[in-house]
Design a binder for this molecule. Structure first.
Ligand SMILES: *[C@@H]1O[C@H](CO)[C@@H](O)[C@H](O)[C@H]1NC(C)=O
Ligand SMILES: *[C@@H]1O[C@H](CO)[C@@H](O)[C@H](O)[C@H]1NC(C)=O
Length: 221
């Protein structure tokens, strides 16, 4: 009867490993998977209309790299993102408190194509609260984000970086909320992850429809 005990020992080991690595969940409670597309959606509150995240210039004068803005249109899902670990980690799901890259995924991208679509902190700026920009590098410290638990509601999270927590401030475009890093908790951006394929189930060509809608938000598109 040696085998069962080895097996149960292994199962115990596996279970304890699973308990240490806390999975991030999408809006339906399923694990957030590496490389799959999700809409990162700000949680709707009294002060937040719940509109999605889109690329936008950080100044009124169009310039690259782009920043990230929350659309002022509720029900607009924005442009989907994918996640991957910055280090080699052999898991197909994303855990909290672990360094990841965040990348916008869209086939249509009319401007600033010389930049990557990875999110990064603009560490070239001397501003106290640096903008989140698009144009990061896989291994750069300014392109590493972590998903952290919050207790706002089920399946909601915030993003942190070594520069501070991701929050929003009224930005250049009609004061639409623009993403930046901040240590001011009142500005913290609380998000949930909505699987892009589920969101599009209704119509077959929905992906491109959603992306085109999202791209209308490009301020100079
Ligand atoms: C997150 O990870 C860091 C080390 O990477 C650790 O010091 C810290 O305690 C962790 N935080 C939580 C909430 O688990
Ligand atoms: C995040 O929340 C989950 C579920 O409530 C919990 O199991 C886990 O310990 C939390 N993780 C961290 C890093 O606080």
């Amino acid at each position: 009867m040696k085998k069962p005990s080895v097996t149960s020992f292994l199962i115990t080991l596996l279970l304890s490993a699973a308990v240490c690595a806390h999975g991030t969940t999408e809006s339906n409670g399923n694990p957030v998977k590496v490389g799959e597309k999700y809409f990162m959606q700000p949680v709707k509150t009294e002060h937040n209309n719940g509109g999605g995240l889109v690329p936008a210039a950080t100044n009124i004068l169009p310039s690259c790299p782009l920043g990230i803005t929350q659309t002022r249109l509720p029900y607009q899902q924005g442009i989907p993102v994918t996640f991957r670990y910055t280090e080699t980690i052999d898991r197909d799901f994303i855990t909290t408190n672990t360094s990841i890259n965040i990348e916008f995924r869209s086939d249509i991208w009319p401007v600033c194509n010389e930049f990557s679509k990875l999110w990064a902190v603009d560490d070239s700026s001397s501003a106290k609260e640096s903008a989140i920009i698009i144009g990061g590098k896989h291994k750069s410290p300014n392109s590493a984000f972590k998903i952290q638990n919050v207790t706002v509601e089920e399946h909601t999270y915030k993003l942190t970086t070594s520069y501070g927590t991701v929050g929003t401030t009224p930005g250049a475009w009609l004061s639409a909320p623009q993403l930046l890093v901040t240590n001011d908790e009142s500005k913290t951006l609380v998000v949930k992850f909505v699987k892009a394929d589920d969101a599009n189930k209704a119509t077959t060509s929905a992906t491109s429809r959603v992306e085109k809608l999202g791209l209308r938000m490009f301020p100079f598109y």
